[in-house]
Design a protein around this ligand. Structure first.
Ligand code: SME
Length: 154
């Protein structure tokens, strides 16, 4: 099955899980698990903006750096620029933070609250080069949009 179809089938399942729970951390935990179970990436997880720094949140995969400053690494850059960043080769990204030497490519998607502020990022790492493209961007932005808004209810 191509990944477009896999994302299309997974999205409503994620929506159902997220809609049934309003706690952000619980939802991030299940979203990371559901993405990981479907795609078996090297590392799938979240960083949350806490006191103006990204702090490690729920994830699937090996242990990772716990704090990332705004503008640092792919995650901090995605947060600062407020845009999804696709990195086909992490060794070519200036300032990339290597939590694991196995990681070769990466995508980072910012998550917004209802007011449009970045409240965290979804970070997915692959042990292969050039794993992520516009298809991943499109669907992962839909995934994080499901997390948007529910923070207001907390
Ligand atoms: N590579 C990321 C850091 C997070 S870990 O890969 C899980 C970055 O450069 O921001």
């Amino acid at each position: 099955m191509d990944k477009e179809k896999r994302y299309a089938e997974l999205l409503p399942q994620i929506a159902a899980v997220v809609e049934a729970e309003r706690d952000m951390i619980a939802n991030m935990a299940n979203v990371s698990a559901m993405l990981q179970e479907e795609f078996h990436f090297w590392w799938t997880g979240f960083y949350r903006v806490v006191d103006d720094v990204l702090v490690l949140g729920p994830f699937q995969g090996p242990m990772a750096c716990t704090r990332i400053a705004r503008g640092k690494g792919v995650c901090g850059t995605s947060w600062m620029r407020d845009e999804t960043i696709i990195v086909p080769d992490v060794h070519q990204f200036p300032g990339h933070i290597a939590c694991s030497s196995a990681s070769q490519s990466e995508i980072v998607v910012p998550i917004h609250d209802g007011a449009g502020h970045v409240i965290g990022v979804l970070d997915i790492d692959s042990e292969h080069l050039a794993t992520f493209d516009e298809v991943d961007k499109k669907w992962l932005e839909k995934v994080v949009a499901l997390l948007k808004g529910e923070k207001e209810e907390n």
